[in-house]
Each structure stands twice: as C-alpha cells, then as structure tokens.
Design a protein around this ligand. Structure first.
Ligand SMILES: [Fe+2]
Ligand SMILES: [Fe+2]
Length: 279
C-alpha cells in the first residue's frame, strides 16, 4: 500500500468514528490515533524498500504483490532475474529534471503535515521565509530517516535555501522539546502520548537547545515549532501549488533537477527518486 492509500484509508476510518458535535481538534485527534494504530499494525511487515532480491523482472511487470510477500516466496527455478535498478513500477514516474514541487507530488504526497504547517505560517502572517521553513521543516522524515530528522532535513535542503532556513530546520529538532512561555510555546501535549510523561531528551538535544537559544536566528527556528501542527486537520487540505510562488522566490531550484546538479546532497534526492535500487 502506498503512502497516499494509507493516509486515505486512515482518514476514512477516522471519519467513520466522528460524532455530531465533535470539534476540529477532536476530529484531528481521532485521525492521529487512527494513523498511529495503523502504523503500529504495519510496522511488523518487512518494509518493501528494504525487501530487495533477484526479482527485477517481476517488478517490471507492474503487478504489485503484497508487502513482504517476496520474502516468503519460494525460489523459482530458471535463470536468475536481475535486481531492480532504475524506475520502480510501484512508484509514480518522476520527471527527468524534478523540482521540489515534483517531489511533493510524486514522493512526499500527501504531505499533509508539511502543507498544513506551511498554511498555518501563512495564516499567521509570517514572512515568506518562515512559510518555506514550515513547508520544509520535516522534509528529513520524508526523504531520509525519522531519527534526527531535523539534521537530515537541514542537510538535504542546505544548497537550495538560505543559511538561516537550513539552520532553523536543524534547530527545530531540539526546540520542539523545550517550552518558551515568552511566545506562548508549550511542550506538545502529543509528546506525552508519543513518548510517555517521563520522557527526557538526550543530552545532545539539551545542548543543541542551549546553543539555539543563544543564536541570532533562534526565533526563526522557534516559529517553525509554533507552526508545527502535531494534529492533522481533516477539514483542511492545502495543496503544494498554494506555495509555488514562495518556493520560486526562496528555493534555488537547480536547472538540472534535484538529484542531478552534482551538489553534495544530490545523492539524497536521487535515493528518494529510486529508493529501491539494489546498489
Ligand atoms: Fe519535526
Ligand atoms: Fe513537524
């Protein structure tokens, strides 16, 4: 099941539990709980991105087997089949010179968290750079790894955005855990559910927070956390097209396409295009 199907099914299941009089926030909590429940249910399945084997021919037929089915499939007799290298028929084909918007459409979709966070930054009247920071703040979790996603995300976008935006994306990783009453930022209630009431950030996170607190761009990173929506609003549906102007003004799109400009992070974008190449 691809990410869009997963989100759509979770949304449908959550919507079925809505009752008359529920607030948007209660609906969002129901959606979030449903997603967590479903993620818990699928995480025992071998992720197909890691489920590589000599089955290139099967993949190229476009017939999509169930997740993890390959692992249980008996070895077939006959000549070995090539490993997958190149376009994976299970994923949307990307343009030859993909833009950031293409990545949102074909790889990160539905990206509701990023789009809703950016929409909130816009609604709050923040500068365009803050809207872009909100749009990109969790891109690390979409492209690479959830763990230390702020650091990965900052690195992936660094050649294409201002140093301030990249720094802020990195710093939001630590700032999320620390309240700032002066701007009305509180420790996220969702974190108590996610990590437990006793959770304490690692020392390196505390140190990163202290450094960020003293930094001249502290408020840029803090604004990311202020616009960081932990709950999905099932009634809001911003689209990546809503931010194309801002992207055009603040994201240096390479003319060769992301992944093909020879930058130090081009390989990261290519890995998102072809996540299942054998090598
Ligand atoms: Fe984040
Ligand atoms: Fe976030």
């Amino acid at each position: 099941m691809n990410r869009r199907d997963f989100m759509d099914r979770a949304a449908a299941a959550a919507a079925a539990s809505f009752t008359i009089g529920m607030t948007a926030s209660q609906k969002a909590d129901a959606m979030e709980d449903e997603m967590i429940r479903r993620l818990d249910a699928v995480k025992v399945v071998e992720p197909w991105a890691c489920d590589i084997g000599a089955r290139g021919n099967e993949l190229r037929t476009g017939e999509l087997p169930e997740q993890g089915a390959f692992a249980k499939k008996p070895v077939e007799k006959g000549p070995p089949k090539p490993f997958l290298m190149g376009n994976d028929p299970r994923l949307p084909l990307m343009p030859e010179k993909p833009t950031l918007v293409d990545f949102f459409k074909y790889r990160f979709a539905p990206a509701r968290h990023l789009l809703q966070s950016a929409a909130l930054a816009k609604r709050n009247g923040h500068d365009e750079k803050h809207v872009l920071a909100a749009l990109l703040h969790d891109i690390g979790a979409s492209t690479a790894f959830r763990s230390d996603h702020g650091y990965w995300g900052a690195q992936i976008v660094a050649p294409y955005v201002s140093e301030e935006i990249s720094w802020a994306i990195r710093a939001h990783q630590a700032l999320r855990f620390f309240p700032d009453p002066s701007v009305g930022y509180e420790y996220p209630e969702a974190y108590r559910r996610y990590f437990g009431a006793d959770y304490q950030p690692e020392p390196y996170v505390v140190e990163a927070y202290k450094q960020a607190r003293r930094h001249k761009w502290y408020m840029t990173a803090r604004l990311i956390t202020m616009n960081d929506l932990y709950a999905f609003d099932p009634d809001a549906n911003p689209q990546i097209e809503d931010f194309e102007d801002i992207i055009g003004r603040h994201f240096k799109q390479p003319k060769e396409g992301l992944g093909f400009d020879g930058s130090p992070v081009a390989h990261m974008w290519r890995t998102v295009i072809w996540p299942n190449n054998f090598l």
